[in-house]
Design a binder for this molecule. Structure first.
Ligand code: GLN
Length: 545
């Protein structure tokens, strides 16, 4: 393995939300498919140490890595595209950069010097980039800079890029700038001016981009590319389009057509012979685009207005569906909208119910009502984290007769705390990074749905929660057919539950969605989609009889 990695920075211009994460992941995929070891890192220019304390409406989903970091959802895209694992080092925020520098200052490590943005903050940024490159694990490190060039927050990052390029040379450090070419429908024109301005802003900070990737609704003509190239000091082949795609998984192939990978490798003086091996990627896409049938799955959660809050779950359903040549239609159900009166109307025609993770009381009763319906109507049910905890509460109240059962997260006074606070969580007062986080081993019991899905006993899954199944109630649950099919033996924690008399009723205390990738759909999602499709076929049969 090469010891000196090459670095690619991806910056964004004109507006936010252009899909820098997808473009970075797609480029990484193309390079990986050419045999390079690649990783991607994201810098977020906000002051939170990590997104763990942010409301999902602010930030979308929090993606948890194996090593227990709470990170940006773009890391989910990186893992899903590349089928690699990321870690704490792959997501760094301005808050963390400043925190490190200020902690060092308090420890006297700057030996009486004035601590400043340049060089101390920029040095810390560079160190966090090079840490990945110098690990010896990668040929190429892609670093995505969050936000938009021109923002006050981005300045130290752009300066750090300028310095790295100056220090390491243009064949070791390149900059890809992602911009928008807006289309004016009234005049039928694509406009390049915002891109020109955005590149000028970068130039003011001393950074000349090497490649422009232009997001656009309409294909860029040769003339437009030439015009952009002229005004932005680039070779015409370094101006590429990234046209709106039907699926995010099309983007690597679209960027291949633009030669993004070969132009990048050329600039980094790395070999780029032949074609990337995208066989399994293309197989996946073929199945994704040619489903044999469809299945409808209700996703019940309280953040459904913001689809990004459930990104990994919806992608995991896409992966599991595509591998089974099924299109999964998600019916988004707001947990606050569902009640005893309308539950049948909302769920009678779905083939599966997934109850989402979450925090706080809002929408809890709606989740419990939907689970009761799925349990009684034998609709395949999959509960994730809070969804699993709600299944435990529902069962206590409606089957075990513990009518006031609850999680102590929502009712500290409940006589039956079937979901309880972990002993080592009782003293915790700080919010960030203090939950049970990251990958933990789990032992799967044989003769269970979980074992059928995983086909192995020892698994590792990622967690992000404070509360747990209360083992004091285990015996009563098991006697009623509600079993623990996966446990963490070391701490005697229930990790997977199942209701035996039901065709498919399973809850996971961990987040399986975080480990689903294009190449390796998650076994529990595979099993859930399969069971949901089975339900659909049974319904069809019954309707025909
Ligand atoms: N709020 C629950 C807990 O902390 C569940 C968390 C989740 O769904 N991620 O245990």
């Amino acid at each position: 393995m090469a010891t000196s990695a090459k670095y690619i920075f991806v910056t964004g211009g004109v507006t936010s939300s252009l899909g820098k994460g997808i473009v970075s992941a797609s480029l990484a995929k193309l390079l990986q498919a050419r045999g390079y070891q690649v990783t991607i890192q994201k810098f977020d220019p906000y002051l939170n140490i990590d997104p763990g304390t942010m409301n999902p409406y602010e930030h979308g989903e929090v993606f948890v890595t194996d090593d227990g970091a709470e990170t940006d959802l773009d890391l989910g895209h990186y893992e899903r595209f590349l089928n690699i694992r990321t870690s704490r080092a792959n997501n760094v925020t301005t808050g963390r950069i400043y925190n490190n520098v200020i902690t060092r200052e308090r420890n006297g490590e700057y030996k009486g010097k004035t601590v400043q943005i340049i060089p101390h903050i920029t040095d810390e940024i560079k160190e966090n980039v090079k840490k990945l490159g110098e690990s010896g694990d990668y040929h190429i490190v892609i670093t995505e800079i969050g936000g938009t060039v021109g923002d006050i927050e981005s300045l130290p990052y752009i300066e750090a890029i300028r310095q790295m390029r100056y220090e390491m040379g243009a064949s070791n450090v390149i900059v890809i700038h992602l911009t928008l070419i807006p289309y004016l429908a009234t005049s039928g024109e694509l406009k390049t001016k915002p891109t020109q301005h955005s590149v000028k802003t970068l130039l003011e900070s001393g950074v000349q981009p090497d490649i422009l990737v232009c997001r656009t609704e309409h294909s860029l003509t040769k003339d437009i590319k030439a015009k952009i190239a002229l005004f932005c000091n680039l070779a015409p082949d370094a101006v590429m389009e990234s046209i709106d795609a039907e699926s995010i998984y099309d983007v690597p192939l679209l960027l291949r057509k633009e030669n993004l990978d070969t132009v990048v490798l050329g600039k980094l003086s790395l070999p780029a012979a032949g074609e990337p091996n995208l066989k399994s990627w293309k197989n996946f896409l073929t199945k994704l685009k040619n489903p044999q049938d469809k299945v409808t799955i209700a996703l019940c959660g309280k953040y459904v207005e913001l689809k990004d809050a459930y990104k990994s779950i919806s992608e995991a359903l896409v992966h599991a569906g595509a591998h089974q040549e099924l299109k999964v239609n998600i019916r988004w159900i707001h947990s606050e909208d569902i009640n005893e009166t309308n539950v049948e109307r909302m769920l009678a025609d779905v083939h599966g119910l997934l109850v989402a993770p979450g925090f706080g009381n809002r929408g809890i009763e709606g989740k419990i009502i939907s689970i009761k319906y799925a349990r009684e109507q034998k609709i395949p049910f999959f509960g994730i984290c809070l969804g699993m905890q709600c299944a435990v509460i529902e069962f206590a109240r409606n089957v075990l007769g513990l009518t006031k059962a609850h999680s102590i997260e929502f009712d500290a006074e409940t006589p039956d705390p079937v979901i309880n606070l972990m002993e080592n969580q009782k003293q915790v007062t700080q919010l960030g990074g203090t939950m049970r986080l990251g990958a933990y081993p789990c032992t799967v019991r044989k003769d269970t749905l979980a074992y059928e899905a995983y086909k192995k006993v020892n698994i590792r899954e990622r967690h992000r929660h404070r509360y747990e199944f209360n083992n004091a109630y285990m015996k009563r649950y098991e006697e009623a057919g509600f079993i623990a099919s996966g446990v963490n033996e070391e701490n005697n924690l229930v990790e997977i539950v199942e209701y035996k008399p039901h065709p498919f009723f399973i809850g996971a205390q961990f987040h399986p969605e975080l480990k689903s990738t294009v190449e390796k759909p998650h076994p529990l999602f595979m099993a859930f989609v399969q069971a949901s499709y089975q339900k659909k076929q049974d319904q069809r049969r019954n309707n025909n009889e």
